[in-house]
Design a protein around this ligand. Structure first.
Ligand SMILES: *Cc1c(COP(=O)(O)O)cnc(C)c1O
Length: 228
């Protein structure tokens, strides 16, 4: 697992520089290390370098990794960032701390119903199809307010904010547009009475653009763990 500590430090530096350039404290941007397809040893290496929050895409892979890392459970915050089907909600409600990929009310209802009583409420983000691509998962922007209001009523989950995976583009100015749209959507929801504090946006290739537009959590895989 050579290099993980160095790459983690380089990513932290990128976040701090981007935050500084936009008048934000570096601590206002959390780093989620996306460990999908990486072995438990890679998570341990990142843990040893001070990383605490890890993101996984595939439920079965994540559960196996969690079992291998059970001794470190108290130090780790596990986030699901990949698509979630109804038949996996029970496992997810029991095993994760956060789910970023909620794209319909029914999934949030099941997570709330199935969240074990002895655990704190599950932290949720609504995934938004912010670039409006037909093939992408996520709520359309016009659907978000209605779903957010309903999710906000559920007893065993806490709606924290919005998540998006914009279409990849190379131009740094163009990268900012979908991130700006997601922030504006969150601002509008809060003006309508919600109190959302999380903008989950930005990955290895566009984290600077996301931080410039107000990301509070960036999800970074390749830049920390190497290519998959
Ligand atoms: C894989 C993945 C990431 C991390 O992408 P990198 O380009 O490797 O940083 C972030 N978010 C989601 C939803 C992902 O699936």
């Amino acid at each position: 697992m050579d290099g993980i500590e160095d790459r983690l430090q380089a990513v932290r530096r990128r976040i701090a520089l981007a935050a500084q350039a936009h008048g934000r404290p570096a601590a206002s941007v959390a780093l989620l290390a996306v460990s999908k397809t990486q072995p438990p040893a890679a998570v341990r290496a990142a843990l040893a370098a001070g990383q605490r929050a890890f993101g996984e895409n595939y439920v079965q892979e994540a559960l196996a990794k969690m079992a291998a890392l059970a001794d470190a459970r108290a130090q780790i915050e596990w986030h699901l960032i990949g698509p979630l089907q109804s038949n996996k909600t029970r496992d997810v409600a029991a095993a994760f701390d956060w789910v970023h990929s909620v794209d319909r009310l029914k999934i949030a209802q099941r997570l709330s119903d199935q969240r074990p009583r002895q655990l704190p409420p599950l932290q949720l983000c609504l995934q938004v199809n912010i670039s409006g691509e037909a093939s992408k998962s996520g709520l359309l922007p016009a659907e978000v307010a209605g779903v957010a209001a309903a999710v906000g009523q559920l007893p065993r989950v806490v709606l924290r904010g919005l998540m998006a995976i914009p279409e990849p583009v190379a131009d740094p100015d163009a990268q900012r547009l979908p991130h700006r749209a997601l922030r504006e959507l969150l601002v509008a929801l809060n003006a309508g009475g919600l109190a959302l504090d999380t903008l989950s946006m930005g990955m290895s290739a566009d984290l600077e653009a996301a931080v410039a537009e107000g990301a509070t959590l960036v999800r970074v895989g390749t830049a920390i763990f190497g290519s998959r």
